[in-house]
Ligand binder design. Structure first.
Ligand SMILES: Cc1cc2nc3c(=O)[nH]c(=O)nc-3n(C[C@H](O)[C@H](O)[C@H](O)COP(=O)(O)OP(=O)(O)OC[C@H]3O[C@@H](n4cnc5c(N)ncnc54)[C@H](O)[C@@H]3O)c2cc1C
Length: 400
């Protein structure tokens, strides 16, 4: 029997009566919340959930916020919560779910994503990082020895764990010889170097993996099934990036609208028209994200998430461009060019120049707009696929 909204309210009330957030250590409170199944209510019992409908989560979060309870600071662990957790839930075994999900949700362990490589971004399946199985391993457990280079790895400088895709069988065609692992970012052989972006700061890194030993118990899914597992992660990534639904006139359109209200002297008829059009587009995108969330509540994310991700990226770029143009010269003054590695990217707390430059990455991260259009063409509209001559040839024979 699944839990309904009234029962859930009762469970939250009971929990708060027994665990007063004002008198408890923050982490103890979060761990207790997880153990009570009130972390992500749609997860199974024992893994932070109650097997309830996913759409009941906002009700639970609101009740905790109203009681002044600390949250798990989701913005600091976006890859963990948005991508690693659903992948571990779906493809992990019981032991892995029990080991990783609790400290991931509480924010004690931050996650990053070791997918992209210098020679493999859009065509991720062509990646070259090698994983070689060592049967001798440690004790009775086999290990994998991983060598290669990853790039654009957001949060690698803060992460304890990574989701990693590596090539375990170069004799197989590119999609079939991949295996998916959980990589310990503190293991010997993992080297993280920051990459400075157009914004001046380094959200992401290049990561060198040299003889990194990964126990077989940290493999997610079967050997050679890495592509199927990675596809599950990527579907969740697109929803995580594009599927957040802010309040009406929230997010970037809210910032632009505020600037418009604050500066009547800068208004022109042309800019007014543009702002109204952007406002309507933002509202349409917001409502489409809400629909996507409902669809998500009914099952796994599908290729439709790609459309919202495209809309979100285009809109962010258009709004931040509008903001700069509206503000004129003061908008071009850059707020902070010092090199630093942020804990997370906050569009709202930075100046318009930062927002404009950072939004450029929105149409690249999580799959470029061109690639997402291909996915929509093929998997939503059923149009003829791109020609892929390398699909059935052994990976090691492909020109690189
Ligand atoms: C802010 C940011 C954060 C990121 N964080 C991470 C992370 O944490 N972990 C991670 O693994 N990766 C991360 N990435 C990397 C991101 O996933 C890749 O940049 C992206 O997949 C594109 O790959 P690429 O950069 O190699 O470009 P390429 O694949 O080389 O593409 C170059 C251009 O060619 C176009 N193109 C390529 N193939 C086709 C095609 N078949 N049809 C039409 N056009 C095509 C692309 O659209 C693009 O315009 C991040 C990127 C950004 C910008």
């Amino acid at each position: 029997m699944t839990v309904d909204a009234d029962e859930l309210r009762g469970i939250v009330r009971g929990f708060l009566a027994a665990n007063d957030p004002r008198g408890m250590d923050r982490l103890d409170f979060l761990r207790a919340r997880f153990d009570a199944g009130l972390a992500w209510v749609h997860f199974p019992a024992g893994l932070g959930g109650l097997g309830a409908a996913r759409e009941l989560q906002p009700l639970v979060d609101a009740a905790f916020a109203e009681a002044g309870a600390p949250d798990n600071r989701p913005h600091l662990n976006s890859i963990g919560l948005g991508m690693a957790a659903p992948t571990i839930l779906r493809f992990g075994n019981d032991e892995q779910r029990r080991r990783y999900l609790r400290p991931l949700w509480t924010g004690e362990e931050i996650w990053c994503q070791l997918f992209s490589e210098p020679g493999a971004g859009s065509d991720l399946a062509s990646l070259a990082t090698r994983a070689v199985r060592d049967e001798a391993g440690v004790g009775s457990e086999a290990e994998w020895v991983v060598d290669g280079q990853k790039v654009w790895t957001s949060l690698a400088h803060r992460a304890r764990w990574a989701i990693l895709v590596a090539r375990s069988d170069p004799d197989q065609p590119k999609h079939q010889g991949l295996t998916y692992f959980i990589c310990d970012m503190t293991a010997p052989g993992v080297e993280v170097r920051p990459l400075r972006q157009i914004t001046g700061e380094a959200e992401f890194n290049e990561v060198f993996l040299t003889g990194v030993r990964i126990p077989d118990s940290q493999r997610l899914g079967e050997i050679g099934q890495g592509w199927q597992v990675a596809l599950g992660t990527l579907m969740n990534e697109r929803v995580a990036i594009g599927g957040r639904a802010p309040a009406r006139e929230g997010g970037l359109i809210g910032i632009a609208a505020e600037a418009w209200r604050e500066h009547p002297e800068k208004r022109t008829h042309g800019l007014h028209n543009r702002l109204l059009r952007l406002w309507v587009d933002a509202e349409a995108t917001r409502l489409t994200s809400l629909r996507l969330r409902q669809q998500l509540a009914a099952g796994d994310p599908g290729p439709e998430g790609s459309a919202v991700k495209i809309a979100f990226a285009e809109l962010n770029q258009a709004i931040t461009g509008f903001e700069l143009e509206f503000l004129g010269e003061p908008g071009l003054a850059y707020d902070d060019w010092t090199f630093h590695q942020p804990e997370f990217t906050d569009f709202a707390k930075r100046g318009p120049g930062f927002r404009y430059l950072r939004a450029k990455g929105n149409s690249i991260e999580g799959g470029t707009t061109e690639i997402l259009r291909n996915i929509i063409a093929e998997r939503v509209l059923g149009l003829p696929p791109e020609s892929r001559t390398d699909k059935d040839r052994p990976w090691k024979e492909l020109p690189r």
